[in-house]
Design a protein around this ligand. Structure first.
Ligand code: ME8
Length: 511
């Protein structure tokens, strides 16, 4: 049986869900829905990253104890994803007791195997990133992410012998070129591995930070937040049972933004090697969203909230825009203007018109009752069927390649074809001739069939719209009609619903 294990990053609970986190969620949710519908056994994991300096500071700013603070923010994250209709199978919190226990077990194992050692270390530390920087990594002496000068600190800590696994990881990347994709990000990791990567400081003294998982072999320390958080991808499966772990871990596909490539591309696989666990299958890295050309940040006040987008244009339209307007792996820009243009052209006009005009004609000419399909199909009928079958086939390849924009382009190509079929066959003209009414019934039957196939094609991307179309076609909930050959599904006499506007046009203010 085909299987896939999909993961998102665990989001820090120091802010609210925004366009960036929503994008990773929408991609993974689309894939989860797609593979489930195709009969794959799927496990989809998300959650929250709750330890470390950043969170301790955010809790202090909120005047709250870190546990109460993380409980509150994690709950609101989860509620937000539920409201957005994200179909995750499990939600992990790094403060969950089973995760804490598993991290400590793994630390003990790696320590006992000799891959964790104690040492004195002095270096440049960025509190924002929660990591040490080498002078070479800094830009004008500042952290390239936070644009602040790192502090020079010296202390005794535990270190993970990451460098021991450097060569092995480099070999793995050479043997399995699509381990990290797209290729540009793989090349970035290869470049990192061609330089000495050093060992990784994996503890923080409690004198500086107490909000973390205690190092099981030294109570004076807590675990570095990344060494804790990455392990979630395994601890969540183990929590669900060894059998689930055996089944899904070999099929693991992580989805992350490019900001966290190094922890996932270098720390995590070397940690797995040290723990004696197999490596994940793929690391899939996406680019960054900007807004009207600018970086999104709280201080600029240009954050996009998925919940507000849902209120404003609906979750499906938001999903459509993010998936259609970006190329996986590349940066993309969120522009109001493109959002409105895409919404009106693709959703309101192309898709919305098809659905409403077909149902309107069926209602007007045949009281919404589907008419029989004759044996002889015209060239136009065959081409219409061909366009939808082709889209179905191409979808498979595009989903495997994570080319969501192409997948949607292909589906909209078929929708476009259906609209052209209406013009070419002109049922509204034919109906005036009583001798042609049988043919009109056939044309509409083909179009309703196109809508039925379309409802399946759309399901992973626009789940609410897909359900609405199924409802308008009067298909029972969860109808397994996907496999029916073209023209054999609807029995004459089946009644569909009156037309409905799926996507009301967004009226632009007059210039
Ligand atoms: O890094 N465009 O959590 P985080 C696209 N806790 N995606 C974006 C984005 C943007 N402008 N901004 C954020 C962490 N993201 C760690 C992860 S995993 C074991 C620990 C997305 O809350 C993107 O997926 O800062 C990025 O990788 C993630 O949010 C980082 O979320």
């Amino acid at each position: 049986m085909n299987r896939i294990y999909l993961t998102t990053p665990l989001y820090y609970v120091n802010g609210d869900p925004h366009l960036g986190s929503a994008y990773t969620m929408i991609i993974t949710d689309t894939l989860a829905r797609y593979y489930r519908a195709n009969g794959w056994e799927t496990f989809y994991l998300t959650g929250t990253d709750e330890h470390g300096d950043k969170i301790a500071q955010a809790a202090a700013e909120a005047g709250m104890d870190p546990k109460a603070f993380t409980d509150q923010v994690s709950t609101s994250f989860r509620a937000a994803w539920d409201t957005c209709g994200i179909t995750y199978d499990h939600f992990i919190r790094t403060t969950d007791a089973y995760h804490v226990r598993y991290v400590q077990e793994l630390l003990t194992k790696v320590y006992e195997a000799g891959d964790i050692y104690f040492d004195r270390y002095g270096g440049l530390y960025c509190f924002g990133c929660e990591r040490f920087y080498t002078p070479k990594e800094l830009r004008d002496g500042k952290c390239p992410d936070h644009l602040t000068e790192p502090e020079s600190i010296e202390e005794e800590n535990y270190f993970f012998r990451m460098s021991k696994y450097q060569e092995r990881l480099l070999r793995h990347l050479e043997e399995q070129p699509d381990f990290i994709r797209p290729e540009g990000f793989r090349n970035e990791v290869v470049a990192m591995l061609r330089e000495p990567i050093g060992d990784l400081c994996i503890s923080r003294p409690k004198s500086r930070l107490t909000w973390g998982i205690e190092i099981p072999f030294d109570q004076r320390y807590v675990t570095y937040v990344w060494f804790d958080a990455l392990i979630n991808y395994v601890s969540a499966l183990k929590y669900k049972g060894e059998q689930l772990f055996q089944k899904f871990w070999p099929e693991a596909q992580h989805f992350i933004g490019k900001d966290i490539l190094k922890p996932h591309g270098v720390f995590w696989p070397t940690m797995l090697m040290a723990a004696g666990l197999p490596l994940y299958k793929h690391l899939n890295v996406h680019g960054f969203w900007t807004r009207e050309g600018q970086k999104m940040s709280k201080s600029l006040g240009n954050i996009i909230s998925p919940l507000e987008m849902k209120e404003k244009i609906g979750m499906d339209a938001f999903r459509y825009f993010l998936l259609r307007e970006s190329v996986f792996g590349q940066d993309a820009d969120f522009r109001e203007e493109s959002l409105t243009a895409r919404y009106n052209a693709d959703l309101a006009n192309n898709l919305g018109n098809l659905v409403s005009r077909v149902l309107a004609m069926e209602e007007k000419y045949f009281a919404s009752i589907i008419q029989p399909l004759g044996q002889a199909w015209t060239k136009e009928d065959e081409e219409l069927r061909g366009a939808f079958l082709q889209a179905e086939k191409e979808l498979k390849r595009y989903m495997a390649d994570l080319a969501f924009h192409r997948a949607l382009e292909t589906i909209w190509g078929a929708v476009d074809h259906a609209n052209r079929y209406v013009v070419r066959t002109s049922p509204f003209v034919l109906f005036k001739d009583p001798a042609q009414r049988g043919r009109v019934g056939e044309i509409l039957h083909h179009l309703l069939e196109a809508m039925r196939v379309l409802s399946h094609l759309l399901a992973p991307f626009l789940p609410e719209t897909s359900n609405e179309i199924k409802g308008l076609l009067n298909l029972s909930e969860g109808a397994t009609s996907q496999q029916s050959p073209w023209g054999s599904f609807f029995l004459p006499g089946h009644k569909v619903k009156p037309p409905k506007v799926l996507f009301p046009r967004i009226e632009l203010p007059a210039e």
